[in-house]
Write a protein that binds this ligand. Structure first.
Ligand SMILES: C[S@@+](CC[C@H](N)C(=O)[O-])C[C@H]1O[C@@H](n2cnc3c(N)ncnc32)[C@H](O)[C@@H]1O
Length: 297
């Protein structure tokens, strides 16, 4: 019973969002992250945010939008963003990229590092770390002494929770075949008492620096990258945002640097002419000044 003597009625589960509120949330998502929430994402928006509304004891999405739009609600906007981003990833996703890395991309970079040179690789939109650790394992296969050279992998994501998980480097293996047997044996330890919990070994983690970064904002990194992985990230952005990002990646790559994108992504817009095709969803930056012919892509 409530204080007023009325029977307490459990609030009905939040099952719908009105059109105006959905638009307000979509506008905020786009402004904060570049992610476009299309009409098809309405029920996902309800299911992912309903719990938050209950926690905040808000009666409907309209009140939640009022809260989100307040100047002092930056933290709540982050919560919303984290709830609505897609973080699906896995080790050695799109294995042909890792074959290309091992066989073609890394050998000259390893040679340079062995002569005292600097090598930088960026996993942009790294989610919970499976991608940058797959890069690190591939690197260690061909350069076991990588940690003693000037070779680093930067792993960034907008989602602080994903960055924390990546830093942690612990993975519950629901699909045991996800990691090739050799990599599993060489680069993972099993947590005591939890055989399905795999820990990335310290020598792999030592190569990877995980930090929060919103790709739409400033990039504080100095120096160019030799390889950038930005896979299955821009697919959620609108065309203009994608084009701007490709230009920024091109500017951030060294001459002959490599860009790997997701299986359904393609470099578009002005940056297209600065790349040549390297392989499937793999681009190579032209040496500075040399613009590539459109039809090479
Ligand atoms: C589907 S996951 C892809 C993970 C990995 N690259 C892969 O291909 O397996 C997309 C990641 O992009 C991140 N993301 C989305 N918008 C972003 C932005 N504006 N800046 C940085 N990361 C972003 C999400 O948080 C999510 O972890």
């Amino acid at each position: 019973m409530t204080d007023g003597g009325y029977p307490e009625v459990a609030s009905p589960p939040m099952t719908a969002i009105d059109t105006r509120s959905f638009q307000r949330i979509a506008d905020l998502m786009r402004a904060e992250s570049g992610i476009v929430l299309g009409e098809g994402k309405r029920s996902l928006t309800v299911s992912r945010l309903a719990r938050r509304l209950r926690q905040l004891k808000l009666p409907d999405f309209s009140s939640y939008c009022d809260l989100l739009e307040r100047d002092d609600s930056a933290e709540e906007r982050r919560e919303m963003l984290f709830s609505l981003t897609t973080n699906v990833t896995r080790f050695f996703r799109e294995p042909h990229h890792f074959d290309m890395l091992r066989e073609t991309v890394l050998p000259p970079l390893v040679a340079r590092a062995r002569q005292g040179g600097r090598v930088r690789i960026w996993s942009a939109g790294c989610s919970s770390g499976e991608e940058p650790y797959s890069i690190a394992m591939t690197l260690l296969d061909v350069m076991p002494e990588a940690a003693s050279r000037d070779v680093r992998i930067l792993a960034t994501d907008i989602d602080a929770r994903m960055v924390a998980a990546a830093r942690d480097g612990r993975y519950r293996m629901t699909e045991p075949d996800q990691i090739p047997a050799n990599a599993r044996r060489t680069y993972f330890e099993t947590a005591q008492g939890s055989p399905d919990l795999l820990l990335v070994k310290p020598e792999v983690r030592a190569l990877v620096h995980c930090t929060e970064l919103n790709l739409l904002r400033d990039w504080p990194m100095r120096g160019l990258f030799d390889v950038i992985f930005c896979r299955n990230v821009v697919i959620y952005f609108d065309g203009q945002t994608q084009e701007r990002l490709w230009v920024r990646f091109a500017e951030t790559l060294s001459p002959d640097g490599h860009l790997f994108v997701g299986h359904s992504e393609r470099v578009s817009g002005p940056a297209k002419s600065t790349f040549r095709a390297g392989g499937v969803t793999h681009y190579v930056k032209a040496p500075s000044g040399a613009k590539q012919h459109e039809d090479t892509l």
